[in-house]
Design a protein around this ligand. Structure first.
Ligand code: PSV
Ligand code: MN
Ligand code: MN
Length: 387
């Protein structure tokens, strides 16, 4: 790839940020409050707009319903536009009500299954109002003990709810099915892995695709293989980016393992799936429990940019030649050369080309926004509260 093509690709890159990253969060032991956190969906969008203002590549904000429920979603869309961003994926939530103790769409009780499906369909109504193209489905459904419920019957119930939701989608809308190995269910999860998600999506049709949340695998899983496979099958719909040392840690992407992020982005570049119109959506799904939230999102966007820049710098011709020749060390060396490149000067130039400060973290810190919101906002919400 020529240097111009690399720069063009980096300028055109798009990363979606989650509304919930700006609220207070924590673990089951403690939710820490921070000064200035948003009290409303509008304030979350305003904070997200800061991330775009300083990086130039994050103009889309994901909503989570009901955490971001408002009376008038079209109006929220207009508000986002005034802030210089737009509303993206609508994330469903069938996991926080008492009713969902034994599951949502796979619950043995048909009344609760109907309630959960009602929520999924309502989220498509919201997409109609916001102009969103993607519905993200994550189910906490599963069981804690062997014998607790019938694994096969639960798959049938899941398939039924997915089919009903799929039917409701408009022509330009997709549903994205996210899998997760465990948690909150500890024995069996109804959508535990990419294979299960893929099989359901394949049956549903073209508008159903798989979401890879990078924190949702067993330790040691080769995530870039899953990326390559799903891309080849045209079934990779989106990423929830974050990083993890142990389980679903939701730490900043690229913090725990920048090399893994590079390997993932290399498969994206290899499949020409970086383009904003490729059908792959790159979203952050993170919680900033102890660090300030807006800078953490800016840092995360920069981490994705750095991994992407390195992936774009892989000498594809040299790599193919070494692979064809069976030159194991040569091929590995080509990849590592790209990974070992310091791409920060290149990214500074890309930002300057976009009319931005080359150092987004420092520029945000100087802007005074953090001090302003701390003074203006009292009683900020916990992420996932206010439903
Ligand atoms: C579940 O762990 C998950 O990754 C899903 O994407 C949820 O919607 C999200 O976290 C909530 O933060
Ligand atoms: Mn996720
Ligand atoms: Mn998660």
């Amino acid at each position: 790839m020529t240097e111009t093509a690399v720069r063009d690709a980096l300028r055109a890159q798009r990363i979606e940020v989650p509304s919930w990253a700006y609220g207070n969060s924590g673990t089951r032991f403690k939710v820490f409050s921070q000064p200035g956190v948003p009290r409303t969906p509008e304030e979350k969008i305003a904070d997200a707009a800061q991330v775009h203002a300083f990086t130039g590549v994050a103009p889309i904000v994901s909503l989570h319903i009901p955490w971001d429920r408002v009376d008038d979603f079209a109006k929220l869309g207009s508000y986002a536009a005034e802030q210089g961003v737009r509303i993206g994926t609508i994330n469903t939530n069938v996991f926080q009500d008492d009713d969902y103790r034994l599951g949502s769409v796979t619950n043995p009780d048909p009344r609760i299954r109907r309630k959960a499906l009602g929520h999924l369909l309502e989220c498509v109504d919201i997409m109609d109002a916001t102009g969103s193209a993607d519905l993200k489905l994550w189910f906490s459904d599963g069981t804690n003990y062997p014998g607790q419920d019938d694994i096969r019957a639960r798959q049938d119930r899941l398939a039924e709810a997915l089919a009903a939701t799929y039917e409701r989608l408009g022509d330009d809308q997709r549903m994205l099915l996210e899998y997760k190995l465990f948690e909150p269910a500890f024995y069996m999860t109804d959508v535990p892995d990419w294979g299960t998600a893929y099989a359901h999506c394949l049956k549903l049709g073209e508008k159903a695709q798989v979401v890879i949340d990078t924190g949702h695998h067993a330790p040691g899983t080769n995530i870039e293989f899953i990326v390559a496979f799903l891309l080849r099958e045209g079934k990779l719909g989106a990423f929830d980016f974050n990083s993890r040392f142990y389980a679903d840690d939701d730490l900043m992407v690229g913090a725990a393992d920048p090399f893994q992020l590079f390997r993932i982005m290399y498969e994206i570049v290899r499949a020409d799936a970086l383009r904003p119109d490729s059908g792959v959506n790159f979203m952050l799904d993170q919680c900033h429990n102890i660090e300030p939230k807006i800078p953490a999102q800016i840092r995360s966007v920069m981490n994705v940019q750095e991994a992407t820049a390195k992936a774009l710098l892989v000498d594809a011709e040299a790599l193919a030649a070494a692979q064809t020749a069976g030159d194991v060390l040569g091929a590995n060396g080509v990849l590592m050369d790209a990974y070992d490149t310091d791409v920060r000067p290149l990214l500074r130039e890309v930002r300057a080309d976009l009319g931005l400060d080359p150092e987004p973290m420092a520029a945000y810190a100087r802007s005074g926004y953090a001090q302003r919101i701390a003074a203006e906002r009292v009683g900020g919400q916990q992420a996932g509260w206010g439903a």
